[in-house]
Write a protein that binds this ligand. Structure first.
Ligand code: SDX
Length: 429
């Protein structure tokens, strides 16, 4: 098959290079199109546009495949730990035991945040949304580590900023939760591994000792692994484009948190639980709500369903659904919204509207049910998504900077007024 594509525009034909990835994905390289033809392409929502070449995560939406650095998500979710997966995404390979121990040790040296940050926490209204707090607090870290603003940092400087951010995110996330309860914050215990330390800072007040239920630790590791990266989704693309202006890592990640907040993206896990509660309180009539989701005149959407890339089951949703039954049983939790979720899925997957549009449950459909069983309030769910996605965002930002990618600056087709003469305000109608 030719490795060029021919584009006929009027009388002229343009040969454009075809790029083939390691998983045999194909792309037409249009980097020179405007210079050679004066044309640009237009693709609202970038549904057909590749922004970069990346070696971090591979998705096959038709087959429901997800791999981090070539490792299947099913294997990583079952056999790995979140910190090990963070290392894999950021540095490219699974760590040896010595590398993982050193990674964990480096992180434990930086888990504290500057005491002055507490003033920021105290400044937020007590019921303000945790995602608004998180994006502010993560960006504010740049104020305490001005060396991170260096636009020409050494590899060691970049790595130190990465370690600091990985180390402080669990502390910030747990403190946001504690402040929402009016509880005193709990300081990190550096003898605990990463996820256990986070859970200790979050729920530590509830247990006399430092050990946290291993079922909870295992479930949290699995959920964080499943959220760790997902190639060029909305928030990751935001991190990359903000970072492409040579903005520092804290500001780039803060922008990604803002993008993730939206209910069409990471905010869906909160919206799913609110939807399931609404259906439960309305009597649990799943057929009625499926009809509403299909009705073009009804703004209601089946949250947690559908995906830009997956036109088959989201492999993460399959893993989380299975984990739901297992974890709720082990914790002795019986949550009626789980039954409603399963009924909704069953009805939707046999409905022609959803079948025609290849709408399946995505990562957000069942995750909130587990978060709730673990004891998290609904408004913390998207913050937990951000905690999981952090290593992926960092890996993508690092790859973009190491590849010296140009500043992101899309073009447009202008459809406004051509030219108008200025009219003095006294003569305007
Ligand atoms: C995440 O990109 C990623 O990788 C994201 C993510 C990650 O890990 O980073 O996987 C995480 O964001 C998962 C998605 C979470 N969002 C939701 O669950 C919100 C509900 N889903 C939708 O809003 C929607 O499915 C999107 C936003 C996820 C995808 O939207 P697209 O690709 O722009 O598709 P679309 O809105 O154009 O929908 C195509 C058709 C439309 O119908 P028609 O115009 O063809 O008649 O499907 C319909 C839509 O109305 N549709 C739905 C629906 N999702 C799409 N109809 C009812 N309920 C839904 N949930």
């Amino acid at each position: 098959m030719s490795d060029t594509a021919s584009l006929k525009l009027g009388e002229k034909t343009y040969d454009l290079p075809v790029i083939t990835g390691t998983e045999n994905e194909k792309a037409i390289d249009i980097s020179k199109l405007r210079d050679s033809s004066g044309y640009i392409t237009l693709d609202n929502g970038y549904k057909n546009t590749g922004a970069t070449k990346s070696a971090i995560t591979f998705l096959d939406g038709e087959k429901g495949i997800l791999k981090y650095r070539g490792y299947r998500i099913e294997d990583l979710a079952e056999k790995s730990s979140f910190l090990e997966v963070a290392y894999l995404l950021i540095y490219g390979d699974l760590p040896t035991q010595a590398q993982l121990d050193d990674f964990q040790f480096q992180i434990t040296r930086h888990t504290l945040v500057h005491e002055d940050m507490k003033k920021f926490f105290d400044g937020f209204p007590s019921k303000s949304h945790p995602m608004g707090q998180l994006c502010s607090l993560i960006c504010s870290l740049s104020a305490f580590y001005p060396e991170s603003l260096d636009t020409n940092p050494s590899k060691e400087d970049v790595n130190l900023t990465i370690i600091k951010l990985l180390a402080k995110m669990p502390t910030v996330v747990s403190w946001i939760y504690k402040k929402s309860l009016g509880h005193p914050v709990i300081y990190p215990q550096n003898n605990l591994e990463y996820v256990t330390n986070y859970l200790y800072m979050t729920f530590g007040q509830r247990t006399e000792h430092i050990e946290i239920d291993p079922v909870v630790v295992s479930a949290m590791n699995k959920l964080l692994i499943l959220h760790a990266d997902h190639e060029q989704n909305c928030s990751t693309s935001t991190v990359r484009i903000v970072g492409s202006s040579e903005s520092n890592l804290y500001a780039s990640i803060s922008a990604g948190i803002s993008a993730l907040w939206g209910p069409l993206h990471g905010g869906a896990n909160q919206a799913v639980i609110e939807m399931l509660e609404q259906i439960k309180n309305d009597g649990g009539d799943t057929e009625k709500w499926i009809a509403k989701a299909k009705d073009k005149n009804d703004p209601f959407r089946l949250m947690g369903f559908g995906h830009r890339v997956y036109k088959n089951f989201d492999p993460r949703a399959k893993i989380i659904k299975k984990a739901c039954d297992d974890i709720l049983a082990k914790l002795g939790v019986n949550d009626p919204v789980l039954d409603i979720a399963k009924k909704l899925e069953e009805v939707a997957l046999s409905d022609q509207y959803f079948i025609d549009r290849k709408l399946y449950p995505n990562v957000d459909f069942y995750s909130g049910i587990i978060y709730r069983a673990l004891g998290f309030p609904t408004e913390m769910f998207t913050v937990l998504f951000a905690l999981g996605r952090l290593p992926g965002w960092i890996a993508q930002w690092k790859e973009m900077r190491e590849n010296k990618e140009p500043i992101g600056r899309p073009r447009q087709i202008y459809v406004g007024h051509t030219v108008r003469e200025f009219v003095d305000i006294n003569n305007r109608k």
